[in-house]
Design a protein around this ligand. Structure first.
Ligand code: PA5
Length: 431
Protein backbone atom coordinates (compact mmCIF):
# COMPACT_ATOMS: atom_id res chain seq x y z
CA UNK A 1 0.00 0.00 0.00
CA UNK A 2 1.09 3.59 -0.57
CA UNK A 3 0.35 6.23 2.02
CA UNK A 4 0.16 9.97 1.26
CA UNK A 5 0.09 12.15 4.40
CA UNK A 6 0.46 15.47 2.56
CA UNK A 7 -3.05 16.61 3.53
CA UNK A 8 -2.33 15.97 7.22
CA UNK A 9 0.52 18.47 7.46
CA UNK A 10 0.14 21.57 9.63
CA UNK A 11 0.85 23.80 6.64
CA UNK A 12 -2.47 22.75 5.07
CA UNK A 13 -4.61 21.24 7.82
CA UNK A 14 -5.80 21.93 11.33
CA UNK A 15 -5.21 19.85 13.34
CA UNK A 16 -2.07 18.96 11.44
CA UNK A 17 1.48 17.95 12.13
CA UNK A 18 4.51 19.99 11.09
CA UNK A 19 7.54 18.56 9.32
CA UNK A 20 9.59 19.25 12.48
CA UNK A 21 6.97 17.46 14.57
CA UNK A 22 7.21 14.44 12.28
CA UNK A 23 11.00 14.46 12.55
CA UNK A 24 10.82 14.51 16.36
CA UNK A 25 8.23 11.74 16.26
CA UNK A 26 10.46 9.71 13.97
CA UNK A 27 12.95 9.28 16.83
CA UNK A 28 10.20 7.58 18.82
CA UNK A 29 9.23 5.52 15.76
CA UNK A 30 12.81 4.19 15.59
CA UNK A 31 12.64 3.10 19.24
CA UNK A 32 9.19 1.58 18.74
CA UNK A 33 10.43 -0.29 15.70
CA UNK A 34 13.24 -1.84 17.75
CA UNK A 35 10.66 -3.00 20.31
CA UNK A 36 8.44 -4.43 17.57
CA UNK A 37 11.35 -6.28 15.96
CA UNK A 38 12.41 -7.73 19.31
CA UNK A 39 8.84 -8.88 19.91
CA UNK A 40 8.73 -10.50 16.48
CA UNK A 41 12.09 -12.18 16.96
CA UNK A 42 10.88 -13.76 20.22
CA UNK A 43 7.38 -14.52 18.95
CA UNK A 44 5.97 -12.53 21.87
CA UNK A 45 2.21 -12.36 22.33
CA UNK A 46 0.76 -9.98 19.77
CA UNK A 47 4.01 -9.14 17.99
CA UNK A 48 3.93 -12.74 16.70
CA UNK A 49 1.01 -11.69 14.46
CA UNK A 50 3.47 -9.70 12.34
CA UNK A 51 5.25 -13.00 11.53
CA UNK A 52 2.14 -14.64 10.06
CA UNK A 53 3.01 -14.05 6.38
CA UNK A 54 5.97 -16.39 6.75
CA UNK A 55 4.39 -18.75 9.33
CA UNK A 56 0.99 -19.48 7.85
CA UNK A 57 0.89 -22.66 5.80
CA UNK A 58 -1.68 -22.35 2.97
CA UNK A 59 -1.35 -26.06 2.08
CA UNK A 60 -2.33 -27.08 5.62
CA UNK A 61 -5.39 -24.81 5.49
CA UNK A 62 -6.45 -26.16 2.10
CA UNK A 63 -5.97 -29.75 3.34
CA UNK A 64 -8.18 -29.05 6.37
CA UNK A 65 -11.03 -27.70 4.24
CA UNK A 66 -10.70 -30.35 1.52
CA UNK A 67 -13.79 -32.31 2.74
CA UNK A 68 -15.97 -29.21 2.25
CA UNK A 69 -14.31 -27.77 -0.84
CA UNK A 70 -17.32 -28.42 -3.10
CA UNK A 71 -20.10 -26.78 -1.11
CA UNK A 72 -22.29 -23.99 -2.50
CA UNK A 73 -22.28 -21.95 0.70
CA UNK A 74 -20.10 -21.59 3.78
CA UNK A 75 -21.54 -20.28 7.00
CA UNK A 76 -18.81 -18.87 9.26
CA UNK A 77 -19.77 -18.63 12.92
CA UNK A 78 -17.49 -16.37 14.94
CA UNK A 79 -17.43 -12.84 16.29
CA UNK A 80 -15.02 -9.88 16.42
CA UNK A 81 -11.53 -10.96 15.45
CA UNK A 82 -12.81 -14.44 14.72
CA UNK A 83 -15.04 -13.22 11.89
CA UNK A 84 -14.09 -9.78 10.60
CA UNK A 85 -10.77 -10.77 8.97
CA UNK A 86 -12.38 -13.65 7.10
CA UNK A 87 -15.37 -11.50 6.09
CA UNK A 88 -13.07 -8.70 4.90
CA UNK A 89 -11.20 -11.13 2.66
CA UNK A 90 -14.18 -12.96 1.16
CA UNK A 91 -16.14 -9.71 0.66
CA UNK A 92 -13.21 -7.85 -0.91
CA UNK A 93 -12.35 -10.72 -3.24
CA UNK A 94 -15.89 -12.00 -3.90
CA UNK A 95 -15.56 -11.50 -7.67
CA UNK A 96 -12.37 -13.62 -7.80
CA UNK A 97 -13.71 -16.63 -5.89
CA UNK A 98 -15.23 -19.91 -7.09
CA UNK A 99 -18.80 -18.76 -6.46
CA UNK A 100 -19.19 -20.27 -2.97
CA UNK A 101 -21.49 -17.99 -1.02
CA UNK A 102 -19.87 -16.74 2.19
CA UNK A 103 -22.33 -16.10 5.01
CA UNK A 104 -21.32 -14.80 8.45
CA UNK A 105 -23.19 -15.28 11.71
CA UNK A 106 -21.82 -13.12 14.50
CA UNK A 107 -24.84 -11.43 16.02
CA UNK A 108 -27.25 -13.55 18.04
CA UNK A 109 -30.39 -11.63 17.15
CA UNK A 110 -32.88 -14.53 16.97
CA UNK A 111 -35.01 -13.15 14.12
CA UNK A 112 -31.94 -12.38 12.00
CA UNK A 113 -30.41 -15.83 12.60
CA UNK A 114 -33.66 -17.55 11.74
CA UNK A 115 -34.00 -15.55 8.53
CA UNK A 116 -30.42 -16.28 7.47
CA UNK A 117 -30.74 -20.00 8.19
CA UNK A 118 -33.98 -20.23 6.23
CA UNK A 119 -32.22 -18.72 3.20
CA UNK A 120 -29.36 -21.25 3.24
CA UNK A 121 -29.34 -24.43 1.11
CA UNK A 122 -28.33 -26.59 4.10
CA UNK A 123 -27.74 -29.75 2.05
CA UNK A 124 -24.91 -27.98 0.21
CA UNK A 125 -23.67 -25.70 3.01
CA UNK A 126 -20.59 -26.19 5.20
CA UNK A 127 -20.00 -24.77 8.69
CA UNK A 128 -16.85 -22.89 9.70
CA UNK A 129 -16.87 -22.27 13.43
CA UNK A 130 -14.13 -20.03 14.76
CA UNK A 131 -13.27 -19.13 18.33
CA UNK A 132 -9.75 -18.67 19.65
CA UNK A 133 -10.80 -19.16 23.28
CA UNK A 134 -13.46 -21.72 22.42
CA UNK A 135 -15.65 -20.18 25.12
CA UNK A 136 -17.37 -17.19 23.47
CA UNK A 137 -21.08 -17.54 24.28
CA UNK A 138 -22.38 -15.94 21.08
CA UNK A 139 -20.32 -18.20 18.82
CA UNK A 140 -21.08 -21.41 20.69
CA UNK A 141 -24.78 -20.60 20.95
CA UNK A 142 -25.01 -19.86 17.23
CA UNK A 143 -23.11 -23.06 16.44
CA UNK A 144 -25.58 -25.11 18.50
CA UNK A 145 -28.50 -23.41 16.72
CA UNK A 146 -26.99 -24.05 13.27
CA UNK A 147 -26.15 -27.64 14.20
CA UNK A 148 -29.76 -28.24 15.21
CA UNK A 149 -30.99 -26.72 11.94
CA UNK A 150 -28.81 -29.20 10.03
CA UNK A 151 -30.12 -32.10 12.14
CA UNK A 152 -33.73 -30.98 11.59
CA UNK A 153 -33.05 -30.93 7.84
CA UNK A 154 -31.58 -34.46 8.03
CA UNK A 155 -28.10 -33.23 7.01
CA UNK A 156 -25.01 -34.70 8.74
CA UNK A 157 -23.25 -31.58 10.09
CA UNK A 158 -20.26 -33.56 11.42
CA UNK A 159 -19.17 -34.33 7.87
CA UNK A 160 -19.12 -30.68 6.87
CA UNK A 161 -17.91 -28.71 9.87
CA UNK A 162 -14.45 -27.16 10.17
CA UNK A 163 -13.45 -25.86 13.60
CA UNK A 164 -10.73 -23.24 14.14
CA UNK A 165 -9.82 -22.89 17.80
CA UNK A 166 -7.06 -23.15 20.43
CA UNK A 167 -5.52 -26.40 21.63
CA UNK A 168 -7.96 -26.68 24.54
CA UNK A 169 -11.35 -25.31 25.62
CA UNK A 170 -14.99 -26.31 25.14
CA UNK A 171 -14.97 -25.90 21.35
CA UNK A 172 -11.87 -28.10 21.04
CA UNK A 173 -13.59 -30.73 23.27
CA UNK A 174 -16.65 -30.60 21.04
CA UNK A 175 -14.51 -30.99 17.92
CA UNK A 176 -12.72 -33.99 19.45
CA UNK A 177 -15.95 -35.60 20.62
CA UNK A 178 -17.48 -35.48 17.12
CA UNK A 179 -14.20 -36.03 15.27
CA UNK A 180 -14.61 -32.76 13.37
CA UNK A 181 -12.02 -31.33 10.99
CA UNK A 182 -10.02 -28.87 13.11
CA UNK A 183 -7.32 -26.27 12.62
CA UNK A 184 -5.41 -24.52 15.40
CA UNK A 185 -5.23 -20.81 16.04
CA UNK A 186 -1.51 -19.98 16.19
CA UNK A 187 -0.04 -19.05 19.56
CA UNK A 188 0.53 -15.40 20.37
CA UNK A 189 -1.96 -14.04 17.82
CA UNK A 190 -4.87 -12.02 19.28
CA UNK A 191 -8.18 -12.32 17.46
CA UNK A 192 -8.13 -8.94 15.71
CA UNK A 193 -4.61 -9.61 14.43
CA UNK A 194 -5.42 -13.10 13.11
CA UNK A 195 -6.76 -12.36 9.60
CA UNK A 196 -3.61 -13.78 8.00
CA UNK A 197 -3.82 -17.07 9.93
CA UNK A 198 -6.28 -19.95 9.60
CA UNK A 199 -8.79 -17.73 11.42
CA UNK A 200 -9.10 -15.49 8.36
CA UNK A 201 -8.03 -17.90 5.67
CA UNK A 202 -10.21 -20.99 6.14
CA UNK A 203 -13.20 -19.18 4.64
CA UNK A 204 -10.99 -17.78 1.87
CA UNK A 205 -9.77 -21.30 1.04
CA UNK A 206 -13.30 -22.72 0.85
CA UNK A 207 -14.31 -19.82 -1.41
CA UNK A 208 -11.40 -20.60 -3.76
CA UNK A 209 -9.18 -17.57 -3.11
CA UNK A 210 -5.47 -17.38 -3.73
CA UNK A 211 -4.03 -17.76 -0.21
CA UNK A 212 -0.46 -17.56 -1.47
CA UNK A 213 -1.10 -14.18 -3.10
CA UNK A 214 -2.69 -12.81 0.10
CA UNK A 215 0.33 -13.94 2.15
CA UNK A 216 2.81 -12.70 -0.46
CA UNK A 217 1.20 -9.26 -0.40
CA UNK A 218 1.45 -9.25 3.39
CA UNK A 219 5.10 -10.38 3.23
CA UNK A 220 5.90 -7.58 0.78
CA UNK A 221 4.42 -5.07 3.25
CA UNK A 222 6.42 -6.69 6.08
CA UNK A 223 9.57 -6.03 4.06
CA UNK A 224 8.87 -2.28 4.21
CA UNK A 225 9.02 -2.16 8.03
CA UNK A 226 12.05 -0.01 8.84
CA UNK A 227 12.83 2.33 11.70
CA UNK A 228 11.58 5.50 9.98
CA UNK A 229 8.09 6.72 9.20
CA UNK A 230 9.55 8.47 6.16
CA UNK A 231 10.44 5.10 4.63
CA UNK A 232 7.63 2.82 5.79
CA UNK A 233 4.02 3.40 4.64
CA UNK A 234 2.52 1.47 7.58
CA UNK A 235 4.48 3.47 10.14
CA UNK A 236 3.73 6.73 8.27
CA UNK A 237 0.04 5.96 8.73
CA UNK A 238 0.27 4.82 12.38
CA UNK A 239 2.48 7.74 13.41
CA UNK A 240 0.36 10.34 11.60
CA UNK A 241 -2.88 9.04 13.09
CA UNK A 242 -1.29 9.10 16.56
CA UNK A 243 0.14 12.61 16.08
CA UNK A 244 -3.17 13.98 14.83
CA UNK A 245 -5.03 12.43 17.76
CA UNK A 246 -2.58 14.11 20.13
CA UNK A 247 -3.43 17.39 18.38
CA UNK A 248 -7.21 16.97 18.59
CA UNK A 249 -8.25 14.52 15.84
CA UNK A 250 -9.78 12.09 18.29
CA UNK A 251 -11.80 10.39 15.54
CA UNK A 252 -10.62 8.47 12.50
CA UNK A 253 -13.14 8.03 9.70
CA UNK A 254 -12.11 5.11 7.49
CA UNK A 255 -13.57 5.68 4.03
CA UNK A 256 -12.83 3.06 1.36
CA UNK A 257 -13.72 4.03 -2.20
CA UNK A 258 -14.69 0.48 -3.23
CA UNK A 259 -17.91 -1.23 -2.20
CA UNK A 260 -15.95 -4.47 -1.81
CA UNK A 261 -13.92 -2.87 0.99
CA UNK A 262 -16.89 -1.91 3.14
CA UNK A 263 -16.23 -4.83 5.50
CA UNK A 264 -12.56 -3.83 5.63
CA UNK A 265 -13.66 -0.58 7.31
CA UNK A 266 -15.45 -2.66 9.93
CA UNK A 267 -12.31 -4.80 10.44
CA UNK A 268 -10.19 -1.64 10.79
CA UNK A 269 -12.62 -0.19 13.32
CA UNK A 270 -12.23 -3.24 15.55
CA UNK A 271 -8.45 -3.28 15.15
CA UNK A 272 -8.09 0.41 16.04
CA UNK A 273 -10.68 0.54 18.82
CA UNK A 274 -9.93 -2.69 20.65
CA UNK A 275 -6.15 -2.31 20.42
CA UNK A 276 -5.71 1.37 21.25
CA UNK A 277 -8.71 2.15 23.46
CA UNK A 278 -6.94 1.86 26.82
CA UNK A 279 -6.05 4.10 29.80
CA UNK A 280 -8.40 6.90 28.61
CA UNK A 281 -6.48 7.02 25.31
CA UNK A 282 -7.26 5.95 21.74
CA UNK A 283 -8.77 7.36 18.58
CA UNK A 284 -12.41 6.52 17.86
CA UNK A 285 -12.77 4.79 14.49
CA UNK A 286 -15.78 5.58 12.32
CA UNK A 287 -16.89 3.43 9.38
CA UNK A 288 -17.94 5.13 6.19
CA UNK A 289 -18.08 4.29 2.49
CA UNK A 290 -17.31 6.36 -0.59
CA UNK A 291 -19.41 7.49 -2.43
CA UNK A 292 -22.39 6.55 -0.28
CA UNK A 293 -21.35 8.63 2.74
CA UNK A 294 -20.54 11.70 0.66
CA UNK A 295 -24.29 12.12 0.82
CA UNK A 296 -24.52 11.83 4.59
CA UNK A 297 -21.37 12.20 6.72
CA UNK A 298 -19.23 14.41 4.46
CA UNK A 299 -21.03 17.57 5.62
CA UNK A 300 -19.82 16.90 9.17
CA UNK A 301 -16.30 15.97 8.08
CA UNK A 302 -15.86 19.22 6.16
CA UNK A 303 -17.69 21.66 8.40
CA UNK A 304 -18.18 20.04 11.81
CA UNK A 305 -15.80 19.99 14.78
CA UNK A 306 -12.09 19.79 13.92
CA UNK A 307 -11.74 16.48 15.71
CA UNK A 308 -11.34 14.10 12.78
CA UNK A 309 -8.80 12.44 10.56
CA UNK A 310 -10.38 11.10 7.37
CA UNK A 311 -8.58 8.09 5.90
CA UNK A 312 -9.34 7.30 2.28
CA UNK A 313 -8.52 3.88 0.85
CA UNK A 314 -8.67 3.87 -2.90
CA UNK A 315 -7.68 1.40 -5.61
CA UNK A 316 -5.92 2.84 -8.66
CA UNK A 317 -7.52 0.30 -10.99
CA UNK A 318 -11.08 -0.98 -10.87
CA UNK A 319 -13.38 -2.86 -13.21
CA UNK A 320 -15.29 -0.38 -15.32
CA UNK A 321 -18.63 0.06 -16.99
CA UNK A 322 -19.89 2.61 -19.49
CA UNK A 323 -22.65 4.98 -18.51
CA UNK A 324 -25.25 4.83 -21.32
CA UNK A 325 -26.00 8.10 -23.12
CA UNK A 326 -29.41 9.79 -23.22
CA UNK A 327 -31.02 12.45 -25.41
CA UNK A 328 -31.25 14.87 -22.45
CA UNK A 329 -28.60 17.58 -23.00
CA UNK A 330 -27.97 18.19 -19.30
CA UNK A 331 -26.97 14.52 -18.89
CA UNK A 332 -24.59 14.41 -21.86
CA UNK A 333 -21.54 14.62 -19.54
CA UNK A 334 -22.56 11.30 -17.98
CA UNK A 335 -22.91 9.56 -21.30
CA UNK A 336 -19.34 10.54 -22.14
CA UNK A 337 -17.99 8.93 -18.97
CA UNK A 338 -17.76 5.53 -17.27
CA UNK A 339 -18.83 4.59 -13.73
CA UNK A 340 -15.12 4.19 -12.89
CA UNK A 341 -14.35 7.72 -14.09
CA UNK A 342 -17.27 9.08 -12.11
CA UNK A 343 -16.09 7.23 -8.99
CA UNK A 344 -12.58 8.62 -9.41
CA UNK A 345 -13.91 12.14 -9.91
CA UNK A 346 -16.07 11.78 -6.77
CA UNK A 347 -13.06 10.66 -4.77
CA UNK A 348 -10.78 13.44 -6.07
CA UNK A 349 -13.49 16.02 -5.39
CA UNK A 350 -14.13 14.77 -1.86
CA UNK A 351 -10.44 14.64 -0.98
CA UNK A 352 -9.93 18.14 -2.41
CA UNK A 353 -12.98 19.51 -0.61
CA UNK A 354 -11.57 18.37 2.75
CA UNK A 355 -8.11 19.68 1.89
CA UNK A 356 -9.55 23.04 0.82
CA UNK A 357 -11.31 23.29 4.18
CA UNK A 358 -8.06 22.43 6.01
CA UNK A 359 -9.40 19.12 7.30
CA UNK A 360 -6.66 16.48 7.75
CA UNK A 361 -6.93 13.46 5.52
CA UNK A 362 -4.66 10.64 4.46
CA UNK A 363 -4.79 8.71 1.21
CA UNK A 364 -4.01 4.99 1.27
CA UNK A 365 -3.65 3.76 -2.29
CA UNK A 366 -3.82 0.19 -3.56
CA UNK A 367 -2.96 -0.89 -7.08
CA UNK A 368 -6.33 -2.67 -7.22
CA UNK A 369 -8.51 -4.72 -4.87
CA UNK A 370 -6.88 -8.11 -5.39
CA UNK A 371 -5.48 -10.84 -3.16
CA UNK A 372 -1.92 -9.46 -3.11
CA UNK A 373 -2.93 -5.87 -2.40
CA UNK A 374 -5.46 -6.92 0.23
CA UNK A 375 -2.81 -8.94 2.07
CA UNK A 376 -0.62 -5.83 2.05
CA UNK A 377 -3.44 -3.62 3.32
CA UNK A 378 -4.33 -5.94 6.21
CA UNK A 379 -0.70 -6.36 7.23
CA UNK A 380 0.07 -2.67 6.81
CA UNK A 381 -2.82 -1.58 9.02
CA UNK A 382 -1.90 -4.16 11.66
CA UNK A 383 1.68 -2.85 11.69
CA UNK A 384 0.37 0.74 11.82
CA UNK A 385 -1.75 -0.20 14.81
CA UNK A 386 1.12 -1.94 16.63
CA UNK A 387 3.30 1.14 16.04
CA UNK A 388 0.54 3.46 17.28
CA UNK A 389 0.16 1.27 20.38
CA UNK A 390 3.87 1.71 21.13
CA UNK A 391 3.55 5.49 20.71
CA UNK A 392 0.48 5.66 22.97
CA UNK A 393 2.29 3.29 25.37
CA UNK A 394 -0.82 1.14 25.79
CA UNK A 395 -1.13 -2.64 25.98
CA UNK A 396 -2.14 -3.12 22.34
CA UNK A 397 -2.78 -6.85 22.50
CA UNK A 398 -5.17 -7.10 25.43
CA UNK A 399 -8.90 -6.40 25.57
CA UNK A 400 -9.92 -6.33 29.25
CA UNK A 401 -13.16 -4.43 28.60
CA UNK A 402 -14.27 -7.05 26.07
CA UNK A 403 -13.35 -9.87 28.47
CA UNK A 404 -15.28 -8.12 31.26
CA UNK A 405 -18.50 -8.22 29.27
CA UNK A 406 -17.91 -11.82 28.17
CA UNK A 407 -17.46 -12.95 31.77
CA UNK A 408 -20.47 -10.97 32.95
CA UNK A 409 -22.68 -12.56 30.29
CA UNK A 410 -21.55 -16.08 31.09
CA UNK A 411 -21.98 -15.48 34.80
CA UNK A 412 -25.50 -14.09 34.34
CA UNK A 413 -26.54 -17.19 32.43
CA UNK A 414 -25.07 -19.53 35.06
CA UNK A 415 -22.01 -20.47 32.99
CA UNK A 416 -19.62 -20.07 35.94
CA UNK A 417 -18.75 -17.86 38.91
CA UNK A 418 -17.66 -14.43 37.66
CA UNK A 419 -17.33 -11.29 39.78
CA UNK A 420 -18.31 -9.24 36.70
CA UNK A 421 -21.75 -10.86 36.81
CA UNK A 422 -22.09 -9.88 40.46
CA UNK A 423 -21.33 -6.27 39.49
CA UNK A 424 -24.15 -6.40 36.92
CA UNK A 425 -26.54 -7.92 39.46
CA UNK A 426 -25.64 -5.18 41.97
CA UNK A 427 -26.30 -2.44 39.45
CA UNK A 428 -29.67 -3.97 38.56
CA UNK A 429 -30.63 -4.11 42.24
CA UNK A 430 -29.68 -0.47 42.74
CA UNK A 431 -32.09 0.73 40.06
O1 PA5 B 1 -9.75 -9.40 19.07
C1 PA5 B 1 -10.22 -10.06 19.98
O2 PA5 B 1 -9.51 -10.61 20.84
C2 PA5 B 1 -11.73 -10.27 20.11
O3 PA5 B 1 -12.43 -9.48 19.21
C3 PA5 B 1 -12.06 -11.72 19.84
O4 PA5 B 1 -11.66 -12.07 18.55
C4 PA5 B 1 -13.58 -11.98 19.99
O5 PA5 B 1 -14.01 -11.59 21.26
C5 PA5 B 1 -13.88 -13.45 19.78
O6 PA5 B 1 -13.14 -14.23 20.68
P1 PA5 B 1 -12.94 -15.78 20.43
O7 PA5 B 1 -12.14 -15.96 19.21
O8 PA5 B 1 -12.22 -16.27 21.65
O9 PA5 B 1 -14.30 -16.39 20.30
Amino acid sequence: MDVDIGNALASVASPGISREGLERLDERVATAHERIEAGRANDEHGYAALNLPERTDPDAIRAAVEPVADVDALVTIGIGGSALGAATITDALADAGDGTEAVYLDNIDPAWITRRLEALPLESTAINVVSRSGTTAETLANFLVVREAFEDAGVDWTERTVVTTGESGPLRSLANRHDLAAVSVPDGVPGRFSALSAVGLVAAAVCGHDLEAILEGAAAEADTLTGSLFECPAYAYGATAYALDARGASMNAMVPYAESLETYAEWFAQLWAESLGKDDLGQTPVRALGVTDQHSQLQLYRAGPRDKLVTFVTPRKTADRDIPGTDVDELAYLGDATLGELLEAEFEATEASLAAAGRPNVRVELESVDAFELGGLLYGMEAACVLAGELYEVSTFTQPAVEWAKNATRGLLGGGEFEEAEAVAEKTTLR
